[in-house]
Design a protein around this ligand. Structure first.
Ligand SMILES: *[C@@H]1O[C@H](CO)[C@@H](O)[C@H](O)[C@H]1NC(C)=O
Ligand SMILES: *[C@@H]1O[C@H](CO)[C@@H](O)[C@H](O)[C@H]1NC(C)=O
Length: 228
């Protein structure tokens, strides 16, 4: 237990140092990857002007407050993130794109949901490969009224309800979920340019499909056995 706490502490400290390091190193606007060199850099001060930050594949498990008011793009994909502090995104007023693909966000859904609520202005969100169920997805998308690109690939979604924020979307990827029910009005007021429903092939939904009005949408892919 103590050992565990110690390692957690070490990791958080390490993460803190590294974030300071990378922002110090890369104060220009170029997209810079998080690399080994950056991890070992000793911080002086955080560069507030950072616009893009790539923290993918960095073994991050918990995320604490990021004080980067100009940040527009944040990539946290391929970590082991399972807890995002409620205030983590509170200072990221300019954030437009957030990549949380391949993490463990099926944990601590309530707290993570509250953290995500503070970034209502997001336009691109990737929460693919997180083992999320319907409730988690609904919670994570709660106030996302300006989303245009949403990737939900490889989760455990069984249905899209009218509470799911998809009205503004142009691009929706629902590949490899367990969707069993599509309500007739789900896509009615949407104007998706790309909709991917491939890999949801456990069920035949002739009836639902025949009622779907997809006239404004362009289907990338729909499971073959849905159309009989
Ligand atoms: C998120 O990151 C993954 C892994 O790097 C990448 O494959 C995916 O395209 C990214 N998503 C978006 C919306 O850019
Ligand atoms: C489908 O939606 C379009 C535009 O929203 C509408 O013009 C059309 O009448 C609808 N079709 C059916 C069968 O409801």
């Amino acid at each position: 237990m103590l050992r565990h706490i110690f390692f957690q502490f070490l990791l958080l400290w390490f993460f803190g140092q590294a974030v300071h390091g990378i922002s110090l190193l890369y104060h220009d606007e170029k997209w810079q990857p998080w690399n080994r060199q950056a991890r070992h850099t000793t911080p002086l001060k955080m560069d507030m002007k950072l616009r893009r930050l790539d923290l993918s594949k960095s073994f991050i498990r918990q995320l604490h407050t990021l004080g980067l008011p100009h940040l527009q793009q944040l990539d946290l994909s391929y970590n082991q993130l399972d807890l995002i502090a409620e205030e983590a995104f509170i200072n990221l007023a300019q954030l437009e794109a957030l990549n949380l693909s391949k993490n463990a966000l099926y944990n601590n859904v309530g707290r993570n949901g509250r953290a995500l609520r503070s970034i209502g202005g997001l336009r691109r969100l990737d929460i693919s490969l997180n083992n999320l169920n319907d409730e988690a997805v609904e919670l994570y998308l709660q106030n996302k009224f300006s989303l245009i690109h949403l990737d939900l690939t490889g989760n455990g979604i069984t249905a899209l309800t009218h509470n799911t924020q998809i009205k503004t979307l142009k691009h929706l990827n629902l590949e490899d979920n367990g969707i069993q029910v599509l309500y007739a009005n789900t896509f009615e007021k949407t104007s998706l340019a790309h909709l991917n429903l491939a890999g949801n092939r456990h069920m035949v939904l002739e009836e639902a499909l025949s009622q779907l009005n997809l006239s404004n949408n362009h289907l990338d892919s729909i499971p073959v056995d849905w159309i009989k």
